[in-house]
Design a protein around this ligand. Structure first.
Ligand SMILES: [Zn+2]
Ligand SMILES: [Zn+2]
Length: 383
């Protein structure tokens, strides 16, 4: 395998999923939106994401716009499994009377995971300015609780942002019809976010979601701020700490000499699945403390090329080379052509079929398509 491009027959030094790089990047499944819209606060330079305002710390406006554009492009793009957006670079095409960027040209870098090749495509961004909820006089200073979202031993990243978005959606769902904005401000702080909620109730819905579905450790501390004008009783402002765990859903871990994938959390326990037997089990909180996280760098994507009695020949896409493994190092039922991952565990290299990873990628893609359909329907109704 891999001597000619499977589509055009060209010869190249390396192939991406059996195709030359030209054929791979011509895939009609790769769709990047031709234009995205960004919304900024005229006063404090926060940007709106979904229905919420984000304030970025000490960042140039252009850099913040690149980040915001990346999030927006990623939300609207359709990318096949294994392709992700690695960067967005922006250049100002047009400014308004105050010198604020109005139109940006975007260069979007698409990265393919197996070989790490990057393809740059172009897009545009239109920027609109308004006043954010924190700067708008009507809601200024009105908040009961701040939730501090942090990562355990790491900074909050793009993966965590998906968890935060899911928790926001839960708040929206549970407070729908109240007709007010529950979140007045989101600010980058301490490697994570400080999020202000108008009510303690919505702050609790938000942090409970992070705890139950994403394994966050949550604690609440009220602080006396004075006397309530309305009731004459004591008035409190609450700080809720929500620490997202070092290991999260999808993370590969080693526990008791075996490899597992975390599939989710349930009331503080981690639900894990054995890579060797595919069976699910729960790890208690103290057991979770004994796990070792398997870093992405230590996981090599491989493919079984051919098997013979006693051993198998594998292809390592990242290194672009073939190697042999003894048959006790990979699953008996693995078929020729099947993808897998190689992990060093318990002092030796072991290969696992990556069925779960493929199933998850398919599921994620389906969910994304569903959301997009809903959104299109909604915008159709609004017009
Ligand atoms: Zn080709
Ligand atoms: Zn503002």
């Amino acid at each position: 395998m891999g001597r000619f491009c499977a589509r055009c027959g060209a010869e190249e030094a390396r192939y991406i999923h059996g195709l030359c790089s030209r054929c791979f990047w011509e895939d009609p499944e790769i769709k990047v939106p031709p234009e995205v819209r960004l919304f900024y606060c005229r006063v404090c330079r926060s940007h709106m994401q979904g229905k919420r305002w984000f304030r970025m710390k000490s960042k140039l406006l252009r850099e913040d716009m690149e980040d915001a554009a990346l999030t927006e492009v990623a939300r609207l793009a359709e990318l096949p499994e294994g392709v992700s957006i690695s960067y967005v670079r922006a250049e100002v095409l047009k400014e308004d009377e105050e010198g604020l960027p109005k139109r940006l040209s975007l260069k979007v870098g698409l990265e393919e995971a197996a070989c790490g090749t990057i393809k740059e495509v172009e897009s545009l961004a239109k920027v609109s300015y308004m006043e954010c909820s924190a700067c708008d006089g009507a809601t200024r200073g009105a908040y009961e609780a701040t939730v501090q979202v942090r990562g355990e031993g790491r900074e909050v990243d793009a993966e965590d942002k998906k968890a935060i978005e899911a928790a926001f959606r839960e708040v929206d769902r549970r407070t729908a019809g109240r007709g007010r904005q529950e979140v007045t401000e989101i600010k980058e702080a301490g490697g994570g976010y400080d999020i202000k909620f108008v009510s303690l109730n919505s702050a609790r819905i938000f942090s409970r979601r992070l705890s139950e579905f994403f394994g966050a450790a949550v604690s609440e501390s009220p602080k006396l701020i004075g006397v309530s004008k309305d009731t004459g009783g004591r008035a409190y402002r609450n700080t809720v700490s929500a620490r997202l765990p070092a290991a999260r859903a999808g993370t590969l871990i080693e526990y008791g000499g075996r490899a597992f994938r975390i599939s989710g959390f349930d009331r503080g326990m981690a639900i894990v699945e054995g890579l060797d037997d595919g069976k699910s089990r729960r790890l208690l909180k103290r057991e979770v403390e004994g796990i070792r996280i398997i870093r992405d760098d230590d996981v090599r994507p491989v493919r079984l090329d051919s098997r013979s009695p006693g051993c198998g020949a594998f292809y390592d896409a990242r290194e672009n080379r073939f190697f042999e493994a003894l048959s006790d190092a990979f699953p008996k039922e693995m078929r020729e052509g099947e993808a897998g991952i190689m992990i060093s565990i318990g002092g030796g290299e072991r290969i696992f079929a990556d069925r779960k990873g493929r199933a998850e990628a398919r599921k994620e893609k389906k969910e994304k398509e569903k959301e997009k359909e809903k959104e299109q329907k909604r915008s159709g109704e609004a017009q």
